[in-house]
Ligand binder design. Structure first.
Ligand code: PLP
Length: 363
């Protein structure tokens, strides 16, 4: 169970592991990118080679997600967190209100930011059950005339996923930071999708924004330039210097995904990877308890608890000594979290499941 270069099975929730093939390619191109004599970190973003890098990244992301005509695909900055503010600043005009579905920590932060801009209604909140589930999107009573409806497809900290696209009318806005590219989605159902790079796409520093032209038309004619989606779109994500290196690595990850069968194939692998670990949880006679309700169990962030804090600490330390790194749960939830994004090797899921079963028997 040893990985090349002495690397660990890295369950980090983000920034998280990258495909070894991508790291090797970046390493090979590091000092002299395709004969340009410079690295991607050292070239002008207005140069021909860089235009090709960002252009191909955009095109490959469009292909992977099946983005229809009439959508802009942008690479912006500020993390998903900045977009918690930019979205209401652009799309929540005075006198209107926006709806927020809150199924965990990130959705909560999104609505808090919106409330600083204007009127935001929480139309569903899973707080009563400690954020262990999602509603069916069609059953959420949206406010008539809402400027948009926001939800978080996968709550990274709690490990709950909707596993559905919206099917009812309305301008749906989705934070897909931690499950984008983990399975196919129907982009046409959304007004806007955004996702920070550092969970399932690349290093930190970029946010992919997929926004329909019709929705973009609702943004104010002008606002602070760096907070202006319209201006960013008009400038092809290059109003200012883009996060060049991050976009480059994301582009390599998109090519890796395309080469390995795209999102249909990826969904099958992700389902299998998660199942092995959930089976270890469910087969432990109650030693491990999954946090999420079975129907909402994330394929990306698998959250579970052990009988007590001491046992949890021992589990995490022993796992680490066995090359299974970063299993500690987020401080707000406790217990353990195994993040197994696209790049996390399937073998590591089996190794963790075996370790869990063995640990439970010895404990
Ligand atoms: C990580 C994460 C964020 C925050 O991303 P930053 O890049 O730190 O701003 C927001 N939403 C979700 C779902 C996340 O997983």
């Amino acid at each position: 169970m040893s990985l090349p270069y002495g690397r660990a099975f890295n369950f980090s929730a983000g920034p998280s592991c990258l495909p070894i093939e991508v790291l090797e390619e970046a390493k090979e191109q590091l000092l002299n990118y395709k004969g340009t004599g410079v690295s991607v970190m050292e070239m002008s973003h207005r140069s021909k080679p860089y235009e090709q890098i960002i252009g191909e990244a955009e095109q490959d992301l469009r292909t992977l997600l099946g983005v229809p005509e009439g959508y802009k695909v942008l690479f912006l900055q500020g993390g998903a967190s900045l977009h918690f503010s930019m979205i209401p600043m652009s799309f929540l005009p005075e006198g209107a209100s926006a709806d927020y579905i809150v199924t965990g920590s990130w959705g909560k932060k999104a609505v808090e930011a919106a409330k600083m801009v204007g009127s935001a209604n929480v139309v569903y909140d899973a707080k009563a059950t400690n954020y262990d589930r999602t509603p069916k999107l069609a059953e959420v009573a949206a406010t008539p005339g809402a400027a948009y409806i926001h939800f978080t497809s996968n709550e990274t900290i709690q490990g709950v996923d909707f596993f559905e696209d919206p099917s009812t009318p309305g301008d749906w806005v989705c934070d897909m930071s931690s499950d984008i590219l983990s399975r196919p989605v129907d982009v046409s159902r959304y007004a806007m999708i955004y996702a920070g790079a550092q969970k399932n796409m690349g290093p930190a520093g970029a946010v992919a924004v997929i926004v329909s032209d019709a929705f973009l038309d609702k943004a104010p004619a002008s606002t602070h330039p760096m907070l202006d989606y319209r201006l960013q779109a008009e400038n092809g994500s290059m109003y200012n210097t883009p996060p060049c290196w991050t976009v480059y690595i994301c582009g390599l990850v998109y090519k890796w995904l395309l080469k390995t069968g795209g999102l249909e194939a990826r969904a099958e692998i992700n389902r299998r990877k998660a199942q092995v670990i959930y089976d270890a949880i469910d087969g432990s006679g109650g030693f491990y308890k999954g946090h999420a309700q079975p129907a909402n169990r994330s394929w990306m962030n698998l959250t579970f608890t052990l009988p007590d804090d001491d046992t949890t600490a021992r589990f995490i330390a022993e796992a680490k000594a066995n090359g299974l790194a970063e299993l500690k749960g987020h401080r707000s939830v406790g217990g353990c979290r195994a993040s197994v994004y696209n790049a996390f090797p399937e073998e590591g899921c089996r190794v963790l499941a075996d370790f869990m079963t063995d640990f439970a028997q010895r404990a």
